[in-house]
Design a protein around this ligand. Structure first.
Ligand SMILES: Cc1cc2nc3c(=O)[nH]c(=O)nc-3n(C[C@H](O)[C@H](O)[C@H](O)COP(=O)(O)OP(=O)(O)OC[C@H]3O[C@@H](n4cnc5c(N)ncnc54)[C@H](O)[C@@H]3O)c2cc1C
Length: 375
């Protein structure tokens, strides 16, 4: 029987499983990942405000895998001999006929002193740390910022940092202690969030001003000290620092014969094929794809890529030429705990809806709808 190996059990990996079975692919599917769980990170922004508990965002996958006749191997990928289709893992090698890489991205930890900041998108634990630190503070400065990968400027995730900024502001106001805190937003870009479009950046900067958030923009990062962010344009003394560095590919790529993009992600074409490696595919944050410079590192984009990759694997197994190309699409509801700002991009379309209450509820409804497939 044909063997398909899917590396990772995040958004792209699980969407690919569903799409393969929907396309009636009967091959043996093995998912390799360190935990048999989906972590629904988009809702981790609500942990500091108590709107979500960490346990609710860790979804066990045993029933989902059983339903889709998937074998789960609890292991971390450590390398790959792509030419031979051998996946190296910490539980031994695995071979497959078709391999989908969906192990996500990683944040660059090169900035001196980066360990003095919490990197919110590193996972549920980071959100819990923010909650604990915030609760212990009686006042002070919270500095929130982001940077990109200088070798691949698109490899970044800014949306959640704006969400943390606006959510913490709303939360502190609700708690009646906003006046005891300074909120400062920093970024080497003078127009942060540009991939969302110019109108969205204007809206975000206006919202910061309205909420009394100070900005420190357009200065290259130098280092982070335990109580200070140092940039080429000055310093920000801070009691809590949230910083999102630029993204790169997963660490195991250093031990694989795969073509990489300048930013260190797996180089793919518009059909999610890894360049010059027949039978190897990539979807989600682990890959670098052709397309507009605003193409997001988002779960929604990962899902679109996974659907295309799965359709192309299905076609290949039938002896047909793969032809499913994914759409570049950005859909983001930027939440502020009681409202949401919507940004949508596809082709030349760029829609921005300013902060509205129903959009907060839409984000919550979408979470419920999305997770139904895994519950
Ligand atoms: C706070 C926050 C808010 C966000 N908000 C949104 C939002 O509103 N909308 C949106 O679309 N996106 C949002 N995102 C982005 C979204 O979560 C990511 O883009 C998405 O998770 C990428 O999917 P992926 O499948 O490529 O990788 P991931 O979901 O990161 O999955 C990677 C998988 O690979 C596994 N893995 C890692 N290393 C290995 C290894 N060596 N071997 C085997 N398995 C491995 C992991 O355990 C995981 O199962 C948000 C992210 C965060 C953190």
């Amino acid at each position: 029987m044909t063997r398909i190996a899917i590396l990772g059990s995040g958004f792209a990996a699980l969407t690919a499983v569903r799409e393969l079975r929907r396309q009636k692919v009967e091959a043996e599917i093995t998912v390799v990942s360190p935990r048999e769980e989906l972590h629904y990170l988009p809702s981790s922004i609500w942990i500091p405000a108590g709107l979500r508990k960490a346990e609710a965002l860790r979804l066990p996958l045993a029933a989902f895998f059983a339903r889709h006749q998937v074998k789960h191997v609890k292991a971390s990928v450590t390398g790959m001999q792509a030419a031979e289709k051998v996946i190296e893992t910490d539980a031994g090698p695995i071979t497959a006929d078709q391999i989908l890489i969906a192990t996500g991205g990683r944040f660059i930890r090169k900035l001196p002193g980066v360990e003095n900041a919490i990197i919110p998108c590193e996972g549920i634990l980071a959100a819990e740390q923010i909650a604990v630190r915030l609760k212990a503070m009686v006042g002070g400065t919270i500095a929130i910022g982001m940077a990109t990968n200088p070798n691949e400027p698109g490899a970044m995730r800014g949306g959640p940092m704006f969400e943390y900024l606006f959510i913490l502001d709303t939360l502190l106001r609700r708690e009646g202690r906003r006046d005891k805190f300074r909120l400062v937003f920093f970024s080497p870009s003078s127009r942060p969030g540009q991939r969302l479009g110019e109108k969205a950046v204007d809206g975000i900067l206006k919202e910061m001003a309205k909420r009394g958030v100070e900005t420190h923009l357009g200065h290259k990062m130098v280092r982070i000290e335990p109580a200070k962010v140092v940039t080429e344009g000055g310093e920000i003394a801070a009691d809590l620092i949230l910083f999102q560095p630029g993204m790169t590919g997963p660490a195991w790529l250093a031990n694989a014969d795969l073509p990489l993009s300048p930013g260190g992600m797996v180089l793919a074409d518009g059909l999610c094929r890894v360049a010059d490696r027949p039978g190897i595919w990539v979807a989600g944050d682990a890959g670098s794809y052709p397309g507009p410079d605003w193409m997001p590192k988002q779960a929604h984009q990962a899902d679109l890529q996974a659907k295309a990759a799965a359709a192309n694997i299905a076609a290949t197994l039938k002896g047909e030429a793969p032809k499913a190309a994914f759409e570049a699409e950005l859909v983001c509801i930027m939440d502020s705990l009681d409202r949401g700002m919507l940004v949508f991009r596809r082709g030349k379309i760029n829609i921005v809806l300013s902060a509205l209450k129903p959009l907060h509820w839409l984000k919550r409804m979408f979470e419920n709808h999305y997770l139904r497939a895994y519950r």
